[in-house]
Each structure stands twice: as C-alpha cells, then as structure tokens.
Design a binder for this molecule. Structure first.
Ligand code: FAD
Ligand code: SF4
Ligand code: SF4
Length: 468
C-alpha cells in the first residue's frame, strides 16, 4: 500500500466545523459538528508518524496516537477502535472535552509550520463510529471472580475503574448520590460541550457489562433511607474505591456576597440542566450577567448565560488572556458568541439593597511569574469602576469536602487542602483495602486525569485483591 500518511504538507488542518455562533448561541446542542468518514480519514493522514510521538507523551493516558491515526487513514476502523480503547476507557468523551491545545495537539510537532493534527476529533470519531457499527461490546471477563468492589462516585474516575475491574472479573457496585452516572460529565459540563446521550450510552454499556449502579445513595456517617454508612459499605465489599470528586465551592469574602442574584457556578450550571428548565432566580434571561473567574467553569457559565438569553454577559478576570487557566479554544468560542472579557480586574464588592444591582471592581497589574509560570496579581490603588449586574456568578473553583468528618472516620487521612491522601504507588488510603483517585485526590483537575487514575487504581485494587 502506498504511504497514506505525512499529508500535512499538502492538506490543511480542518477541525470539525463549528456551528455558526448566531445559530449555536440559540440552543444547547454540541458546538462542533462531527467528522464525516472522509474528513476523519484525510485529517488522520496528516500525521507525520513521529518515531518519538510527543503527542502521546503529553496525553495523560499515553494513547497510541500515531498508530490509531494511521489505522484510521487506512480505513481500518475496527482495529483503530480496538487500539484506541486499549488505553482509554472513554475515548469519545476525552476526544470531545480534553483541552487538546494544552495536551496532545499542543505538542504535535508539525506545529508551528503547519497546524497540528486534529487528534481529539479523530479519537471521538473512531469510537462514535464503532458504537454506530455495533463494535462496542459489553465487557465479558474470562472468568467471574467472587470478590466485590464498592466504588463511591459514578464520575469518569469511578466509571473507568469499573471498566478495568469488570475486565478482571470482579463484581462491581457503584454508589452515587445523584440519579444518573457521569458525575460532572452529567451535572457540570454543559451539553454544548458534551451531549448527555454520549454519557448515557456509556452508563448503559457499563450496566450491560455487569456493573451494578446504586443511584440516589449517599455515602455518609450513618445508614438510613438513601444513605449507607461508610463503615457498612466497607463490610459489604472486599475493597472500596473513593472517587467522589470535589464539590466544596470556593468563596470570596467580599461585601454583598449574600445578596440575592449572587450565585455559585456549579449551582447555576446544575440548575440550567434540569429537565424542567432553569428556576427563575437562576435564569439569566434578560439580565446583565457578570461571571467572576477565568477557568473552564467560568467559560461554561458565560456560554450558558448567552444561551439563556442574557441581556449582556461579561467575564471579570484578574489576570490577562495569556494567563488564563481555561482552554483558549473555549475563550474563543465564548468571544464569538458575544461574551465581553474584562481582563485584569478583580471584584471588590457586590452592590445592592436585597438583590445585586452592580459589581464594584478594581484594576490589577501583573507581577513576576510564580513557580507554576503564572504572573502574580497586584491591585492598582484607586482604580475602582462599577459594572451593572442583575446576576453575578462566582466561578472560583472547588475544594474537597471534608470526607473523614462527613463519613465519621478520622482514620481516613486527608491533606491540608482536604484531599484524600493516598500512597502514590498503589492508590491506597490510610485505611487498608480503601483506595481513592480522581479529583478527590488531585484537587480539581481534568476528565482525562480522572480516567487515568480510575484505570491505574483498578489495576492496583485487582492486584491487592488477588494477593488477599
Ligand atoms: P466527579 O466527576 O466529580 O464525580 C464524582 C461523583 O461522586 C459524582 O457523581 C458525585 O455525585 C459522587 N459523590 C460525591 N460524594 C458522594 C457521596 N458521599 N456519596 C455518593 N456519591 C458521591 N474537565 C475536562 O477535562 N474538560 C472540560 O471541559 C471540563 N469542564 C468542566 C466544567 C465544569 C463546570 C466543571 C465543574 C469541571 C470541568 N472539568 C473539565 C473537570 C472534570 O469534570 C473533573 O476533573 C472530573 O469530572 C473529575 O472526575 P471524578 O470522577 O474524580 O469526579
Ligand atoms: Fe488528546 Fe485527551 Fe485524547 Fe489524550 S485523551 S489523545 S490528551 S484528546
Ligand atoms: Fe503525528 Fe503530531 Fe503525534 Fe507526530 S506529534 S505522531 S505528527 S500527531
């Protein structure tokens, strides 16, 4: 076969088409259209098949990127799917929502002379195509094993662990306080980034693979209706895996935080995803909305407010565009949809009698970069200015909930930040047989890292169980 690869010289990069901003800002459907069969093949053929693929090195899952790109370009899609799913339990999800510009695609060596290979979109295409062709079969272990594992949290970390444990033959039960699987994939990340049907499809697949879900079940310090005590959970299972994510909202201690109309980002996003539609107090329709923060959560709130029909949507961020923690692709999408960014400005107070009416902010200047490379922030004296605001959304990040306190077990050790402490080699917590991974260990991170932790931890759990 003639070489179908290395076409980056003659073929331009083509990310999946974006629906026009005027169209997509009127609905909650996915922003990007899917690759056609032809687009996926031709775009995959742009890869230069590097001997040392930096794209894979930068992928948290060390995906076999050049190999499945080649198989796609050669139209060997069954093999591409088999290889892609070897390292990633949910390629169609990561392919959609990884910040590729900071990970695989950001390290593609054909840049800057040529634009990177569209790795994420091809990855999503391969598994979407496999689902459509009926190639994604439920997991059937070689041998069923008796020991069972109780997983707390049906987010990407818990679900990824479940896949590997079922492959090994263990009995897997996932407990979640919500009524559906997915964690933040379902209740945080908006549908214009990830349609819920993609997550539901995986939930169904896991059920068919023998994973037992216990929804509306909160792990707590005592048992009762809808709750199971942590101690009882440990009795039920041979091993426990904690993958509960981080949900304690960070706060700013500013005047007026208690005013009506000043809301938390995750509360706002979860409310907007209710089947019955958003409640009046959380609906941005007709309001002047200001979002405080510059991460992915802030971008999701800004773009949701646009879709709800806000009168104006502004983002207040204390650093500049170059120092933003959020994905540049998302910043661009937000700008196209009509979001106004106010760089280098920090809130000083929320103003209003009972309901917020305005936000008073201060200008900032940037100092030297810190150890992580981000520039420090200094407030400029007497630089106050006021913005009208009927709704202020605080998107300032999340901390872990104090689990050892909530679960009534002080032997479950946590770090100063509240994250669960684990032995990095085997994911075991301070309690023998109890393991943990994902955001509750790392702090707020990314889906792809949660998947990695779930997969790696499951291998360690399996090893520990087999020795036991
Ligand atoms: P989670 O997804 O948080 O899942 C934890 C699960 O545990 C939840 O279902 C919760 O209900 C359950 N749980 C918690 N406590 C209990 C309990 N006591 N009993 C029973 N169940 C419990 N990452 C990206 O890679 N790309 C993005 O575009 C992106 N966008 C984001 C947008 C928003 C708004 C937010 C908030 C985060 C975003 N992230 C993004 C980050 C990503 O969602 C998380 O890093 C990832 O979901 C962490 O996975 P996890 O499984 O550790 O936790
Ligand atoms: Fe890129 Fe994420 Fe896929 Fe890895 S998992 S190849 S980082 S899109
Ligand atoms: Fe292909 Fe780019 Fe990866 Fe090289 S770095 S193997 S060109 S995708």
């Amino acid at each position: 076969m003639s070489n179908v690869m290395l076409k980056f010289i003659s073929l331009d990069q083509h990310q999946p088409d974006k629906r026009p901003a005027e169209e997509r800002s009127q609905d909650f459907l996915e922003t990007y259209r899917r690759f056609s069969d032809e687009q996926a093949k031709t775009q995959a053929s742009r890869c230069s098949q590097c001997g040392v693929p930096f794209c894979s090195t930068k992928c948290p899952l060390s995906n076999y990127i050049p190999d499945w790109l080649k198989l796609t370009a050669e139209n060997r899609l069954d093999e591409a799917y088999a290889l892609s799913s070897e390292t990633n339990s949910f390629p169609e999800i990561c392919g959609r929502i990884c910040p590729q510009d900071r990970l695989c695609e950001g390290s593609c060596v054909i840049e800057p002379g040529f634009k990177s290979v569209t790795i994420g979109a091809v990855e999503a295409y391969i598994t979407d195509h496999a689902f459509e062709q009926g190639l994604v079969k439920p997991v059937v272990p070689v041998k069923e094993l008796l020991p069972s594992v109780g997983i707390v949290g049906a987010g990407p970390c818990g679900m990824a662990a479940a896949v590997v444990l079922r492959q090994k033959g263990y009995q897997v039960h996932i407990y979640d306080r919500y009524d559906r699987a997915g964690g933040l994939l379902t209740y945080g990340i908006p549908t214009f980034k990830l349609e819920k049907s993609i997550v539901t499809r995986r939930q169904k697949w896991l059920e068919e693979s023998g994973v037992v879900f216990h929804f509306n079940t909160n792990i707590s310090d005592k048992s009762g209706e809808g709750t199971i005590a942590f101690s009882d959970l440990r009795q039920r299972h041979d091993a426990v895996f904690i993958a509960t994510g981080v949900y304690q909202r960070k706060e700013v201690k500013l005047l007026g935080t208690q005013l009506n109309g000043v809301v938390q980002a995750l509360d706002y996003l979860m409310n907007s995803q209710q089947e019955s539609g958003p409640s009046a107090s959380m609906n941005a329709k007709g309001k002047n909305v200001v979002v405080v923060g510059g991460g992915d959560t802030a971008m999701d709130c800004l773009r949701t407010a646009i879709r709800q029909g806000a009168k104006s949507v502004k983002c207040l961020y204390r650093r500049d565009k170059a120092n933003m923690p959020g994905s540049m692709r998302e910043v661009k999408n937000a700008e196209e949809e009509g979001v106004e960014f106010i760089w280098q400005a920090a809130p000083e107070a929320f103003i209003g009698a009972e309901h917020v009416e305005a936000i008073r902010a201060l200008r900032t200047e940037l100092g030297l970069p810190d150890a992580g490379g981000r520039q420090s922030v200094k407030i400029i004296d007497n630089s106050q200015f006021t913005l009208p605001a009927d709704m202020v959304i605080k998107a300032l990040g999340f901390d872990p909930e104090p689990l050892s306190e909530l679960w009534g077990d002080p032997t479950l050790q946590t770090s100063r930040s509240g994250a669960i402490s684990v032995d990095r080699k085997n994911f075991m917590t301070s309690i023998e047989g109890v393991f943990a991974g994902g955001d509750i260990v790392r702090g707020a991170s990314l889906v792809v890292w949660a998947v990695r932790d779930g997969q790696d931890a499951a291998l360690q759990i399996a090893q520990w169980l087999s020795k036991k």
